[in-house]
Design a protein around this ligand. Structure first.
Ligand code: ADP
Length: 472
């Protein structure tokens, strides 16, 4: 099967979040399973290339906005062909989605050009049977194919799967954007693109794709409810079923047995190195290892955003620190959350350490060195850190929502359901209680470490869904 994916980011070229990891790993896993897979992403200034990409198509005319002549470059990564849409006026900038804390005002044009160029890739470079579009930035590919290329044989019999990685980001623009991106005003109605007087590209992706999926079964259910639906729950119910497929983990990158970032490697069969990892990470973040080593160390690595449940931590911080624990936090994001954590570290200098910023190596060392990993998310489409934690023998304490609920069970971690500080404290209390019984605790660590969330199995689930679409 020829599968063409369209997205706004992919590792190792450009990454701001988990979406890029999926686009780096899933196509490679599909390729390993014997399917021809290609990916279209923008040629951002930030893209990291291992060697020069080569020209694949020169001067593709993209009739969006003022009209753009774009070049398509290509590179091969793990057997997958990546196509880069080179359009300097739109992508040669000092940010991927925006700069200085605000989104670029012409993001609708930027991602319309990405989507229309992807249609060009399908017509001239890589003929797909299945087109897999990701998030609102690629939703227009589905819309253009169905609206503008209905009679083009390239797309006859071709199916489009739309995957929602986070419903909190919908691509909402003023109504004037509809014509700017080359769409008929008549599509601006509540059954297609209109959302409370605005253009909603994610909604368009839902309306024009053949099937919709998201990144866990739990989140697939939740987004069809008013509580988690961001105003689109009814629309999603109408366009269902919504398929849920949990993301995989790249165990080349995330496995304590051969992780180059950590102080000592360890495995489920020999946990001894983990204590050394704890000692060194305590020192690295400035907590005293002599006192800290015996206390449970709770780790957090997260974007500081409302989605991640940081306000719950703020609510219970002093009660949390009544317990004899240490806390190591790495993250960045909303300034009020950053200062909340910094105040906490000042108030408890021996037991709380906070690092503000993005630091991949330190995130590995926190995963390895911590005893528990805390994720109190308000909502979580899939979540990756808790799956890494399982492999690192770092017992997750999570809110039972979306992918967190799907990937963690009573055998491998602790969950709380209510979004409240009390519920969080109760779950953490149970975890601290369990931690005292070292034999049982080690057994729980090992159960988590032996779980397998590798991409091979996930690719199999996507393939089954693709086949179902093509047959149906
Ligand atoms: P989301 O995509 O919503 O941020 P995920 O759990 O799916 O959440 O993925 C987050 C990824 O980003 C994980 O790999 C996590 O380790 C990483 N991460 C988040 N914040 C940081 C940070 N400050 N430094 C290093 N890695 C981070």
């Amino acid at each position: 099967m020829n599968i063409l994916m369209v997205a706004s980011e992919a590792t190792p070229f450009a990454k701001t979040g988990g979406l890029a990891d999926v686009l780096g790993a899933l196509p490679a896993a599909l390729q390993s399973a014997g399917e021809q897979t290609a990916v279209v992403i923008p040629g951002y200034r930030q893209n990291q290339y291992d060697g020069e990409p080569r020209i694949a198509y020169r001067s593709l005319w993209v009739p969006i906005g003022p009209g753009y002549l774009v070049d398509i470059y290509q590179a091969s990564e793990r057997g997958v062909t990546f196509y880069f849409v080179d359009c300097p006026p739109l992508f040669d900038r000092d940010g991927i989605y925006g700069s200085g804390g605000s989104d670029f005002a012409d993001n609708h044009l930027r991602f319309a050009v990405l989507s229309m160029a992807a249609v060009g890739v399908a017509r001239y470079l890589f003929r797909p049977q299945l087109i897999h579009v990701h998030d609102w930035q690629a939703a227009l590919a589905a819309i253009y194919i169905r609206q503008h290329f209905g009679n083009d044989p390239t797309f006859s019999g071709v199916k489009v799967l739309f995957t929602i990685h986070n419903l909190g980001y919908q691509g909402i623009f003023g109504p004037e954007a509809v014509q700017q991106i080359g769409l008929d005003r008549r599509l601006f109605n509540p059954e297609q693109l209109e959302f409370y007087g605005k253009l909603n590209l994610l909604k368009g992706g839902i309306a024009f794709s053949d099937a919709i999926s998201t990144v866990s079964k739990g989140y697939a259910r939740e987004i069809q409810t008013p509580e988690y639906g961001f105003g689109l729950d009814g629309f999603l119910r109408k366009h269902g079923p919504i398929y849920g497929i949990v993301n995989g983990v790249d165990y080349v990158e995330w496995d304590p047995e051969h992780d180059p970032h950590i102080a000592r490697n360890y495995s489920a069969n020999d946990l001894s190195g983990k204590r050394e990892c704890k000692r060194t990470v305590l020192e690295e973040v400035g907590l005293r290892a002599d006192a800290g080593l015996e206390r449970p160390l709770i780790g957090m690595v997260t974007r500081f955003a409302a989605q991640k449940g940081i306000d719950l931590i703020a609510e219970v911080a002093s009660r949390l620190l009544e317990r004899d624990i240490c806390l190591a936090v790495l993250g960045s994001g909303d300034p009020p959350y950053e200062s909340m954590f910094q105040r906490l570290a000042q108030a408890y200098p021996d037991r709380v350490a906070v690092r503000i910023g993005y630091d991949n190596a330190l995130s590995h060392r926190i995963e390895a060195g911590a005893d528990m990993f805390l994720m109190p998310s308000r909502y979580e489409p899939c979540g990756l850190s808790q799956i890494y934690s399982l492999r690192y023998g770092t017992v997750p304490v999570v809110r039972a929502t979306g992918g967190l609920d799907d990937t963690i069970d009573e055998d491998t971690g602790f969950k709380f359901r209510d979004y409240s500080g009390d519920a969080l404290l109760e779950a953490l209390g149970l975890a601290l209680e369990a931690y005292r019984d070292r034999v049982h605790w080690a057994a729980m660590m090992r159960r988590g470490m032996r779980k397998d969330f590798s991409w091979g199995a996930v690719a199999g689930e996507y393939l089954a869904l693709y086949r179902r679409l093509l047959e149906g």
